[in-house]
Ligand binder design. Structure first.
Ligand code: MG
Length: 281
């Protein structure tokens, strides 16, 4: 199933997206008002019996799937070619354990919402196309073998970054968390519909120019290993979001760098999962 959150007549609903439109239930939404609350309560409820309303795509404005309750867990340098482009080809900087930082949920925006260029705060605005994992089940000390059982589904994340702030403050939090720095969505595809999350082509375009082109097969630490590591002594909960890292081709990786500016349009495509587009204003 492909879940979306959408606005119609000033009301927000979540529903199931199909080719012909979106199926939803206002009654279900009155009980579980957000897609996050549905994910948190999804076990043991037969949603399908309730879903009896339909809306055309043209009548629905798609929003971010949900606003996470906790910081988004982000993985740094999880593609070898990106680790090298960020460190002047220093092999010693390719991580031996996952690099983990977090981003404020207040940064999250939906598809087609504007990324603020923050010209007062940064001169080095950058994009990072990433596959995002949505946790569906509470768990701690999860083994790699069981890890994918804890996944609800997948979506797309743009880990927008102010490179100068990322460097200046040493820890990444501020440079990653300015308002609008978390484009997320547009839909959450449940794991049963993704044949192999480690075999998805991932591409990022800026104004139509291909900047990033890779495959999730090239993650240094695959999703099951990330879940094993993150859940080691720390409980993962339904609705937790893991942004799995970006391949090479970020703006900073070019010589000279190709940072984002007002007027740019960023498009991230991941096989099967979808397309996430946002303008910089
Ligand atoms: Mg990133």
């Amino acid at each position: 199933m492909r879940f979306v959150t959408f606005k119609h007549n000033r009301q927000t609903y979540w529903g199931i997206e199909e080719e012909e439109g979106i199926y939803y239930s206002a009654k279900l939404v009155s009980v579980f008002p957000t897609l996050l609350s549905m994910i948190e309560n999804s076990s043991g409820i037969d949603f399908f019996k309730e879903i009896n309303q339909f809306i055309q795509h043209s009548e629905a404005k798609i929003l971010a799937p949900f606003i996470p309750r906790k910081n988004i867990m982000c993985i740094g340098k999880n593609y070898r070619d990106h680790a090298l482009e960020m460190t002047g080809n220093d092999e010693g900087q390719v991580p031996k354990s996952p690099v983990i930082f977090t981003k404020s949920p207040s940064a999250v925006i939906g598809p087609n919402e504007a990324i603020d260029a923050h010209e007062m705060e940064t001169g080095q605005l950058d994009y990072e196309g990433e596959l995002a994992v949505i946790i569906g089940k509470r768990g701690k000390n999860i083994s790699r073998e069981d890890a994918l059982d804890y996944v609800f589904g997948y979506t797309i994340f743009n880990d927008v970054t102010a490179r100068d702030l990322q460097k200046k403050h040493q820890q990444f939090f501020r440079g990653k968390s300015l308002d609008t720095f978390g484009p997320f969505g547009p839909s959450v595809l449940t794991k049963d519909e993704v044949k192999d999350p480690q075999s998805l082509s991932i591409q990022t375009f800026v104004n139509g120019e291909l900047r990033q082109s890779s495959n999730t097969a090239h993650m240094i630490f695959p999703i099951d290993q990330l879940i094993e590591t993150l859940s080691d002594g720390m409980t993962l909960e339904p609705g937790d979001v893991i942004a799995t890292g970006t391949p090479s081709g970020v703006g900073k990786g070019f010589n000279p760098p190709k940072f984002l500016k007002s007027g740019d349009r960023v498009r991230i495509e991941i096989d099967e999962i979808g397309v996430l587009e946002n303008d910089v204003v």
